[in-house]
Each structure stands twice: as C-alpha cells, then as structure tokens.
Design a protein around this ligand. Structure first.
Ligand SMILES: Cc1ncc(C[n+]2csc(CCOP(=O)(O)OP(=O)(O)O)c2C)c(N)n1
Ligand SMILES: [Mg+2]
Length: 329
C-alpha cells in the first residue's frame, strides 16, 4: 500500500476539494449505515461494502462528462452514489422495498439507472467486462464521443473473458477505460496467492493497450489519471487501463469472517493512507476550510444518510403482483 501522498499545493480549487470530501464521506457514511441495517436484519442476501475505496470512484467520476457510461461488479453502492443516483432509492433497494431503484426486486448487486448511464451491478465475477466493451462499441458505432468506465477487481482480472475483451476492444479501438480496482484481495485470497505478477495493468501490453498504476488513496491522483485515460479514448485511440491500488477496510461481504489478514494490517492502512483523511488534511492545511466547516458537512451528510435509511424502512415491500412485472420474455 502506497503511503499517503501529501500533495503540497494541489492544483485544485477549494470548491472542488470540498466536493470530493463530501462525495467520499457520503459513500462512507452510507456504507456504514448499510452495514448497521444488515446487522439489524433489515438487509438480506449479499452486501459488499466499498469502505476504503471511495477515492477511486469519486476521482474517476470527476473525469467524466455527461453521457459517459459506467458498469461495475457487485461492490457497487459507491459507484451509484458517485454518479448521482438517489441514496434513498439505493438504500430501499438494499432493504427490498418498492421505493428501491429496482422496486426491491434486485437488491445490492442489481441496480441500474438509464438517466445516470449506470449499467449495474453484476454478481458474476468479470461478466461486466465484455458488457462494458459492448457499451463502448455502441458509442463508437454512433460516433457520439462517449466513453465507458468498466470497473473490475484484481480477482476478476484473472478471468479469461477479460482478455477476450481486451483483444476485441483493442482491435476495434473501443472508447473504454478498463479500471482495475486492485484492493489486494479476492474474497479471502490475497493477490500474491492468486496472481503471478504484482502489477496487472501491463497485461494490456500483449494487446497493445496502454495503462498505468494509480494511487487509489489519493482522489486527485485518480482524477488526473482518469482525465488522461478519457482523453486517450475520446481521441479515438482505443482502450486504456488504469490499475488503481486501493484497499477495502471491511470484509469481502457482510458474511466474511476475515481470517485471512490481521486487524493490524487494516489499521495501518486506515492510519496511514485513508483517502478521506487525506482530503480533510488538504482542506485544513490549505486553509480552504475550518474544522467547523467540515463538521457542518459531516452533519449534512449524516442527515442525507439518515433520511435514506428512514425511507428504506418506511417504503413498503413490493406487492405480489410485482413478481409479474419487468420480466423479459
Ligand atoms: C464467475 C464467478 N466465480 C466466482 C464467484 C465468487 N466470487 C464472488 S466475488 C469473488 C472475488 C472477486 O474479487 P475481486 O475481483 O478482487 O473483487 P473485490 O471483491 O475485491 O471487489 C469471487 C471469487 C462469482 N461470483 N462469479
Ligand atoms: Mg479485489
């Protein structure tokens, strides 16, 4: 894990930094609340939290333009919040209520938004990678200048379909940014036990796809890398790979006994590289915000998350008739 990079004078406005702080905090507090609701039995089934990885999606979203697309795995709540999907709608989907974004019928891993160009939410490891290339193919065909962000994990990077996709994406110069969210674990398997090399992005070289490593605990570094990747794609040069080194603080899912790593390991990352603390420090040391300003933001975010949780408890369960709607036949 890279130590926290203290960008002394980041070339970024106070407003922008504050916005990243707010967005990352929303994801963190939302996920903490989801964890609580799960513990209370209000959320059932699978639930994979994004805590620790917030800078990845917030940094990359800052590099997107209206109409760009995103698709990811089951660890998807952060992606939905970062692209502007309603926290109440996401939380109510987790609790299986009619007010949820899939009317309570999809759950944590199966939410979508046509409006925000969010294409899920996929439970089959790696399955979203060819789909992401397909989205990019459609945009290339239409010539609309849009780019698709296709997110997947370090574990998924060992899936065969990823390389079939790399081949076709490079062959057809598809406007797709492949984002490897390398959080160093695939369920309980550390990367060193599953993957023959320390870095993964250079596998793209075999297909002629450029790429780079990014410090995923530094939202500004992620944003800068995202802008470079997007410019490459929009210029018609084909796909680009960002291997973003990050870390998840919680277990793989809510049912993870976490016996494969020590508490000290997690604690060390939290203390030395937390992405939200990083921005907090930049805001305070750059005199862009006072402790009181940040407290006010914390309060505002807590309120949004509490309201989302309330909505997710009050919204009714879908009626039995809903079983017969939204069926593809
Ligand atoms: C095809 C397939 N194989 C196995 C699984 C079980 N499984 C779910 S998540 C996961 C690990 C994936 O790890 P990674 O890609 O690093 O993503 P992360 O969970 O770390 O975000 C596995 C093996 C699955 N869902 N789909
Ligand atoms: Mg992983």
């Amino acid at each position: 894990m890279a130590a926290r990079k203290t960008t002394k004078k980041p070339n970024v406005s106070a407003e922008e930094l504050t916005e990243y702080y707010r967005e990352m905090l929303l994801i963190r507090r939302f996920e903490e609340k989801a964890g609580q609701l799960y513990g209370m039995g209000l959320i059932g089934g699978f639930c994979h939290l994004y805590i620790g990885q917030e800078a990845v999606v917030v940094g990359l979203e800052a590099a997107t333009e209206e109409g760009d697309k995103r698709i990811t795995s089951y660890r998807d709540h952060g992606h939905m919040l970062a692209c502007g999907m309603d926290p109440g709608g996401v939380m109510a989907e987790l609790t299986g209520r009619i007010g949820g974004l899939s009317k309570g019928k999809g759950g944590s891993m199966h939410m979508f938004s046509k409006e925000k160009h969010f294409y899920g939410g996929h439970g089959i490891v790696g399955a979203q990678v060819p789909l992401g290339a397909g989205l990019a193919f459609a945009d290339k065909y239409k010539g609309n200048g849009r780019v698709t962000f296709t997110y997947f994990g370090d574990g998924a990077a060992n899936q065969g379909q990823v390389y079939e996709t790399f081949n076709m994406a490079a062959l057809w110069d598809l406007p797709v940014v492949f984002v490897i969210e390398n959080n160093q674990y695939a369920m309980g398997t550390a990367q060193a036990r599953s993957t023959s090399t320390k870095d993964i992005y250079h596998r793209g070289e075999a297909f002629g796809i450029p790429g780079e490593i990014v410090n995923g605990m530094d939202v500004l570094a992620v944003k800068a890398a995202g802008e470079k990747a997007v410019a490459h794609c929009r210029a018609g040069k084909g796909p680009y790979i960002l291997e973003i080194k990050t870390y998840r603080y919680r277990g793989h899912s809510m049912s993870d006994p976490a016996k494969y790593r020590t508490r000290e390991e997690v604690q060390k990352v939290r203390e030395q590289s937390d992405p939200i603390e990083h921005v907090r420090e930049l805001l305070l040391t750059g005199k862009h915000a006072t402790e009181d300003d940040l407290k006010a933001i914390d309060k505002e975010i807590k309120e949004i998350v509490n309201q989302a949780a309330e909505f997710s408890k009050e919204s009714p369960e879908p009626s039995v008739e809903e079983l017969w709607t939204d069926i593809y036949a």
